[in-house]
Design a protein around this ligand. Sequence first.
Ligand code: FES
Length: 206
Amino acid sequence: MSDADKLSMFNWVYTEKVKEHFTDPKNILENPEYSEDGKGMVGSMACGDQMLVLIKVGDDDRITDIKWRTYGCASAIASTSVMSEMVKGMKLEEAYLLTPQQITKELGGLPEHKFHCSVLGDKALRAAIDDYLERQGRENPFQHRIAKVVCECKGVTDQQIEQLVKEDRASTLEQLQEETGLGTVCGKCKESAEHLLHDFLHIYGK
Ligand code: FES
């Protein structure tokens, strides 16, 4: 593929906002002496990426500053850049509950197969908030409210599966896959998803 072809593919696949944040990412960690209040580092085997997020927190539990660094793809860079702009000034609770869907929406969308890259930034942010609260010797009051990602490749959470079961839209793994795309990339989530599905079917008497 020629360079011109690659460029036109890039233009076709990504929104203007993704391109803007990819080519000029905001809040990148540049100062090695940066002293953070909380630090989160996550890696995704499926994506082959690593993400570091550092935060500073004010007295009123608002994020006053955020820095990040990744060895990720264009989507991971753009997602984290836009996320870093979104969470500045945000209360810890709101930031903790931020979803990849909200970040992707802010970006004007991502190509379907790139969605899983956008779950890195918010995971690292949550890890940084966990770390901050731990350093403060405080309990994390938000943890139980967070949906757990079951399928990293498709960003499908346990709460989504629960909802589909409740609405009678999924009683088999095949139906779950049709509804969400879960398990259709690397497939490593299928077994745990099936267990979870079974549990929810039992809980809701389906
Ligand atoms: S984690 Fe890869 S398909 Fe679900």
